[in-house]
Ligand binder design. Structure first.
Ligand SMILES: [Zn+2]
Length: 128
């Protein structure tokens, strides 16, 4: 005979009862005499239900994984198309954007345009 878990809605106490699947007895809570509810997920009949849910979850997980893999490839491609801009001043590589800005300032060039890169560089350094 399958065992069923019954839960009391009032005091949350759980009790196991063994009876035929076709039976639907009224189980009363021993604590507060409330009629207890059969817990679907914990009983033998619920096994099928549980199994079904797991199967769906697995399929969903697989689909989600596929999706995220696709997205990762897409992102990779995008990054490949636009490689990170390296610090430079008029195309000449510098060690950092800070240097580039300083040199631009010294050369009397528009150094303001370097500010976003310098800021980004600062953020990166803090993050690392
Ligand atoms: Zn109760």
């Amino acid at each position: 005979m399958p065992a069923y878990d019954y839960r009391c809605n009032k005091c949350d106490s759980v009790k196991e009862h063994t009876h035929l699947m076709s039976e639907n007895p009224e189980i009363k809570c021993t604590e507060c005499e409330e009629v207890m509810e059969r817990m679907i997920s914990a009983n033998a009949g619920g096994f099928i239900f549980k199994g079904g849910t797991t199967a769906i979850n697995d399929r969903e997980k697989r689909q989600r994984k596929k999706k995220s893999e696709k997205l990762r490839v897409k992102q990779k491609e995008r990054y490949a198309d636009s490689p990170q801009i390296q610090p430079n001043i008029a195309g000449v590589r510098t060690d950092s954007w800070r240097d580039a800005q300083r040199m631009a300032k010294e050369a009397g060039m528009n150094h303001e345009s370097y500010t976003p890169y310098v800021e980004k560089e600062k953020e990166k350094k803090i993050a690392v």
